[in-house]
Design a protein around this ligand. Structure first.
Ligand code: RB5
Length: 145
């Protein structure tokens, strides 16, 4: 995977911290920016969703991965932010489609839902897929209006 040129932000809550570490160690081709947390203390997922999404919006073309127990809280929090298209995925087909059709700039994963290897495959599929544009761009434009 040739992803060294692009930075991928990553953040979690306490439920996702182990998977966050795993993804960074297994996907070492990616230039990760780890936005925390760094220990297992209980934290609130909206704080980390907002932190990561703010960074993504400040760096055009960048993207991020958010992890909580189910991925649901992170996806709800992220999708409240204008300009963020967060996709909660549980398999590689969803992950690839999230980029191809939705140009998702944030991928959400549930550490208690997917195995570590499923999650890893999802990140790879999402990063390697390409947005198809055209009619899909028209639909994304409607999300921003
Ligand atoms: C934390 O226990 C859990 O609620 C959180 O990780 C997430 O699953 C929320 O959607």
């Amino acid at each position: 995977m040739n992803t060294k040129t692009s930075q991928v932000m990553i953040a979690s809550d306490h439920a996702g911290i182990e998977l966050k570490t795993y993804l960074q160690s297994r996907l070492s081709d990616i230039e990760w920016l780890d936005l925390g947390p760094q220990d297992l203390s209980s934290v609130d997922y909206p704080d980390y969703a907002q932190k990561l999404c703010k960074e993504v919006l400040q760096r055009p073309g960048s993207c991020g991965v958010l992890i909580c127990g189910t991925g649901i809280g992170m996806s709800i929090a992220a999708n409240k932010i204008k300009g963020i298209r967060a996709a909660l995925v549980t398999n590689t087909e969803m992950a690839a489609m999230a980029k191809r059709h939705n140009n998702a700039n944030v991928l959400c994963l549930g550490a208690r839902i997917t195995t570590q290897d499923q999650a890893l495959a999802c990140v790879q599929a999402w990063i390697e897929a390409e947005f198809e544009g055209d009619r899909h761009q028209r639909r994304l434009d409607k999300l921003e209006s």
